[in-house]
Design a protein around this ligand. Sequence first.
Ligand code: BYC
Length: 314
Amino acid sequence: MEKENNNTTFQERIDKGETIEPKDQMPERYRQQLIRMMSQHAHSEIVGMLPEGNWITRAPSLRRKMILLSKVQDEAGHGLYLYSATETLGASRQEVIDDLLNGHAKYSSIFNYPTLSWADIAVIGWLVDGAAIINQTMLARSSYGPYARAMVRICKEESFHKKQGYEMVATMADGTPEQQEMIQDAVNRWWWPTLMMFGPHDEDSPNSAELIKWGVKSKTNDELRQSFVDRHVQEAHTVGLEIPDPDLKFNEETGHWVFGEIDWDEFWNVVKGNGPMNRQRINTRREAHENGKWVREAAEEYARKQKLSEEKAS
Ligand code: BYC
């Protein structure tokens, strides 16, 4: 019994590749780290609906509108799985959401940039969902069961998101000179913020070593960023698009693309709440939450009545 309560045993389970389930013994710090990361991830999915949702009414065709509607709905679903998975760690959904609405919780920096043209929708699908897949395929092997299982389904949906984005990118890159200019402009604006999604360099990442030790992450921020660059530079060149990085060059010896330095001042500025769209994103979420109040109240009332009638019947 004593052994079950000590962290070495927990570490042995992790090292054997066992999955940790909600009722299993776990160090408090492991639980807190997961609540932090999973709730941030859930918020990212929910706030992430806003930049694309902004273009649903302006989609250029019925087909494009149906695809975008479906994609944005998928993101809502991802947020809900992840809030539920976070609740399995004892976190209250109300508190977690309050933290987002009062500006205390983080969510991915990428969603604090504006979507200025339809080409941005194509590039978000290709680059932002492309980055998410690379990160989340790793998280599908995470040591915490509910998180890993949520990731499996999410990754399947993200694959469809990336494919529809790349198909649109390829169509515009092969289109009129105006379409080509629009799509290149969107790539120029989204490339660097997408690289920032993977987080700070490994030496500046306070959480990575612990998350890797506990099998939550199995790759570092820089390793994942490099996989993203290698894959997406190739995809850009295939459709004739340029990557906005004068330092980009292929290293024949390592087989990897070498790329320029990220503007970390910009990254931390956005993370701290001063990006181009931070205030607007949080205000939109607050308004949506307020508008949904009657639905939450009705659901609570329904549950209360159900319980009463069950009690009477028993
Ligand atoms: N933005 O020690 P580090 C989607 C924070 S949505 C903001 O490296 P860690 C989609 C970090 O939280 C899916 N903050 O942290 C939806 C930490 O601060 P705290 C988005 C960032 O946890 C709609 C501090 O910096 N994906 O796909 O080891 C439409 C130091 O960082 C960021 C996820 O949420 C950032 N980019 O690694 C389309 C993935 N980066 O908390 C698509 C899940 C770092 O100590 N999360 N910070 O105060 C993760 O994989 C990891 O948590 C991170 C950071 C790679 C983000």
